[in-house]
Each structure stands twice: as structure tokens, then as C-alpha cells.
Design a protein around this ligand. Structure first.
Ligand code: ADE
Length: 249
């Protein structure tokens, strides 16, 4: 899978993804990262890509043309890779590549979206900055406007990293058995149950007897119960969804 990130801060993206599991996935070539600096497509000698907002209002807006040109560059790269892999004489079919724009005005990101995005061969992520991006270029190229939560960050790079991390771990081969994704929160629509490791007693607090009992059926029942209780208390809306999905609601 290939990530193409259009950003004002390519190093921020490269550096964060070079660590840990995402770094391993990149090193093994399971996923590829192509960062595109928006500044390289500045229309002036100052290297700026933003301007004042028409109609007044505070802050600067990223202009259409640098974004459009950066997008064209990414498309060329995707086409080139496709041609290398297939017969170079066969013209590439028009294909719709998904373009995610990170913005607090987008749809709230969740695990379902992460899974959906992980099925794409190429994903373009456009990082917002300043007060945002001129709407005309958004309307032309963006397929998914995505927010990572109801708060405003200074830029779209951290949201892009959050999205990429969540997407990457759904790409087959990225997680090994030790990093297993199977039982984690949201996997089955519920929050994860509590977990314990050695020692069996710490600061006078013991691991629940049932966990140490070795009876896997009982352990599974206990864990499921804990998951349900935790979800009911912390995320009632998820709990209701879960009940509905089971036909209990
Ligand atoms: N840019 C600024 N804040 C954001 C958020 N919460 N989600 C996505 N992009 C953003």
C-alpha cells in the first residue's frame, strides 16, 4: 500500500512514521511513504502557498494552485508505478484515487474507516494548515474529509499521522502475532477488557483469580463481561450499537 502525503512539513510525517511498528512496515516494504512538499509548488519567489481570505476574517488560507499541482505530481507517480508493473504500452485506465483531507470539519474518523482505507492501493492525504484550504480545490480533488476529534489542532499533520497509523495496522502483514489486533478495542464494537502481566500481586493488588485459573472458557466469559461493563459505562452509545447489532435492542 502506498501513502502519498501532501504537506507543508514532510519531515514531521517521515520522522514520526520511521519509529516502531510503522517504521518496521516501511522498512520491510509492506507500505510505502511518499511525502510531497506543498511549498515546492509555491507560485511566488517567497515560497509561500497561502493568502488572505476573501470576505475578511482572521488567518490565511492555502491557495488552490499549489495543492492542485502537488496532486498532479502524485497522480503522475501513481500512473508511473502502475505502468512499470503492467505492460508499459497499455494506457492506465482512469482510476479514482482516494484523497483524504484532514480537517476539523470532516467526518469523525473511526476503526471502520481505517479498515476501509487499508483496502486501497494508494491513499493521498492532504494536510490542512492555517485556516484551511480554498474550497474550490477541495471540491475538485477530495473524496473524504476526515476529522480525528472534536477539537482544533494547529495543522493537519498530526491527524494525518493518526489516520496513517490506524490504517497501516490494518494492512495485512504489518502486525505480527505479538502485536495482534484481534481482541483490541473496537474490533468487535466494544472496548477492551483489562489485562494483566507478572507479577500476580503488585502493591497488594492481585490479578483476578479467574484469570489465573487456567480455565479458558471462564476467562473468555469474564473478559467479555468486563468489556460489556466498561463499554456501557464509558461509551453508552457504542454499547447501544452493540446491543442493536445483536438484535437485543
Ligand atoms: N486539523 C485541525 N484540527 C483537526 C482535527 N481535529 N481533525 C483533523 N484535522 C484537523
Amino acid at each position: 500500500m502506498n501513502f502519498h502525503v501532501i504537506t507543508l512539513f514532510p519531515e514531521m510525517i517521515e520522522s514520526a512514521l520511521s519509529e516502531s511498528i510503522t517504521g518496521r512496515a516501511l522498512g520491510q516494504g509492506i507500505v510505502h511513504l511518499n511525502t510531497v512538499s506543498l511549498r515546492a509548488f509555491s507560485q511566488n519567489s517567497y515560497g509561500s502557498v497561502d493568502d488572505y481570505t476573501y470576505g475578511g476574517g482572521a488567518g490565511m488560507l492555502i491557495q488552490c494552485e499549489p495543492v492542485w499541482q502537488a496532486y498532479q505530481e502524485v497522480l503522475t507517480r501513481i500512473e508511473d508505478t502502475d505502468r512499470e508493473e503492467k505492460d508499459p504500452l497499455i494506457p492506465m485506465k482512469e482510476k479514482k484515487v482516494r484523497v483524504i483531507y484532514t480537517s476539523p470539519g470532516g467526518k469523525l474518523f473511526n476503526e471502520k474507516m481505517a479498515y476501509e482505507f487499508s483496502r486501497e492501493e494508494d491513499l493521498i492525504i492532504l494536510c490542512g494548515h492555517y485556516e484551511g484550504i480554498d474550497q474550490r480545490v477541495i471540491d475538485r480533488i477530495v473524496t473524504d474529509e476526515v476529522s480525528i476529534g472534536d477539537y482544533v489542532l494547529t495543522g493537519g499533520e498530526l491527524p494525518a499521522l493518526v489516520i496513517m497509523d490506524a490504517v497501516m495496522r490494518r494492512v495485512p502483514g504489518v502486525l505480527n502475532n505479538e502485536d495482534s489486533a484481534e481482541t483490541e478495542s473496537f474490533e468487535n464494537g466494544l472496548l477492551e477488557y483489562p489485562q494483566y502481566t507478572r507479577p500476580s500481586e503488585w502493591m497488594g493488588v492481585k490479578v483476578p483469580d479467574i484469570i489465573l485459573s487456567g480455565d479458558h472458557v471462564k476467562v473468555d466469559i469474564w473478559r467479555h463481561h468486563e468489556s460489556l461493563e466498561k463499554t456501557k459505562e464509558r461509551r453508552p452509545e457504542l454499547y447501544t450499537e452493540w446491543l442493536k447489532s445483536r438484535g437485543i435492542w
